[in-house]
Design a binder for this molecule. Sequence first.
Ligand code: FE
Length: 345
Amino acid sequence: MSLSRVFLAAAAVAALQAPAHAQEQVLNLYSARHYQTDEALYANFTKATGIRINRVDGDDSGILSRLKSEGASSPADVILLVDAARLWRAETDGLFQPVKSSTLDSRIPANLRGKDTGNGAQWFGMSTRARVIIYNKIKVKPADVATYESLADPKNKGKICTRSGSHPYNLSLFGAMVEHMGPEKAEAWLQGVKDNLARDPKGGDTDQIKAVAAGECDIAISNSYYFARMMRSTKPEDRAVVEKVAVVFPNQQSWGTHLNIAGAGVAKYAPHREAAVKFLEYLSSDEAQIYFANGNNEWPAVASVKPSNPALESLGTFKSETIPVSAVGVNQGKVQQMLDRVGFK
Ligand code: FE
């Protein structure tokens, strides 16, 4: 080895051993979202800002319990969760801190933000998904499933499949129904839906769509992205399912289809608060919104951003409800009691 090469090698080792620049910035992200496109998203943020992202992945409940047990010594800067019911839970458990940002305020619609008592919102929705009705094209007329209310109509007796009533996606939908109908009517509606079930609740949303195609039931409740994912699938078995079913965006003539979100906020004890706010602002940028939404076949929270997604384009546009998504969280406890009373597991 020539002398100069020895020197270069030694210099390289020295560089590795030297303490990382004192100025190196990091951001600790606790994320319940795991999509390949999110990787590109985080890499772009690092490229643009020099802030490196350390990710702690988990499911929503794992992240929440970890944050609680870490308490004030938690290294979490940003918490990313799916479903308004879970964001609300984290908010009421005091896991977020408010963020005042003119960027976020101008980009993210007010109804997609967490509680704001004047010093900024606790969290911000970054993408939206709709809770839609999927039906068997041959056995069901779209007019018979045009609304959520129709799910409780006796004409749909024995036809409906759903995941557990107390899953956060359903707690959020049912919480929205309480907002729209009032608690008394909402409970009678829940009783009606429960009475119309084709089988005891089990599985996830995709299982319900498959059950409709397989003839185990005729009508299912599902988040839009599970169906969009199947629409984009090249697997023959998914193609066969998609062929047999159709989608309704419920309540187009009244309050609109129930929307839910994936969203993020700054952790209460964030050691890198400034970087955390920068990250949230970055997530609301046009570029990031496209990655974030497309990664899970969702719609961007920023209404002006229109990613190209063939499945969502073919589903078309629809009217969505405009109640604050945080309201559905507030109703959760009430909804759980109603579910217990009507025996909806
Ligand atoms: Fe999901």
